[in-house]
Design a binder for this molecule. Sequence first.
Ligand code: C2E
Ligand code: MG
Ligand code: MG
Length: 335
Amino acid sequence: MQNGAVISPTVEAAAVCFPDDGPDAAHLFVRLTAALNRAEPAAGGEVRLNVPLSTEAAREQFMLEQDLTRAIDEGQLKMVFQPVVDLSQGRLIGAEALLRWDHPVLGPISPGRFIPIVEATGMSDRYGLWVLNAACREARLWQDEGLTGMKVAVNLSARQLTDPNLKDKLERTLQRHDLDPKALELELTETAAMADAERTFELFGALRETGISLAIDDFGSGYSSLSYLKNLPFDKLKIDREFVTDIDSRRDSRAICRALIELGRGLDLLVLAEGVENAREVETLRALGCNVFQGYHFAKPLAGDDFRRLAADSDWLASLSAPPVAAHIKGRLSA
Ligand code: C2E
Ligand code: MG
Ligand code: MG
């Protein structure tokens, strides 16, 4: 306390080791910054250590960090688009935009592996904008080609949520591509949404006013309190693939899907099942009341050209007018 003002200093510290973490000062500094970014803010009095990676893992991680700083400029990134279908309407309602990195030496690297590095090294703003532009560019092409009434869904990382200018950036990008905000949906994982529920609540409220839709991704994999969920303004709940995959073999997965579908109905949300891989899963989920799907059973993520070709393919579109759920499945579910 000084002159009545409370001063709350915070200290951030990280340590790196020569030569394990880098051969010279420049490399050690990059590693140090990454370590600081990676550490979660610690609660008062708590000290949190970054468990050191093995030398091999550290070297690989370091190499990927370096390569990611160049991946955008060197044209190694691309977006793919996975169809989202609504069987109650028998139509394609949009696509999720998924990022791909084609590493010049290692080949394709999954976003599950490199997005955490992007986040930890403070590059999520640059990557986020690149992704948003690429997705909006594709949505513009859909409209130019007469493929209307579809939304493009973009994944937001937890770090992007903390950007005070996020709303402006989204609005400016939509304007640049001459897109209606209704053409855009943002996906945030349940875990990221609940990490700072108050901030998410404010941001989602502001974004919703613009007309952008919001989805909670990988739902069921986190541990959210239902009371938080009730207060969060969002439009769609995406059931995590983990429960969908086991729906026909595990009663607990089926019970979770049933509860989430029911919850969605009660909160007036659209419920989507992710990662459906076969007709049986689709039928089971339809019998439980879910009609919106995304998964290899319908289509894998596709390059923009291939997505647009599929979206205009009348045979494929006709296959979405699936017959109603067979009575024997309903019987099996009530067992
Ligand atoms: P997600 O947002 O939950 O995306 C769904 C993931 O499931 C995608 O993996 C997709 O290819 C995969 N998938 C879809 N249908 C099936 C299926 O039937 N079977 C199986 N086995 N998998 C299926 P992907 O593209 O590897 O992305 C993994 C995660 O990386 C995403 O999970 C998302 O959290 C993150 N991600 C992807 N693109 C971006 C991005 O542009 N920005 C951010 N921040 N994260 C991204
Ligand atoms: Mg997603
Ligand atoms: Mg997901």
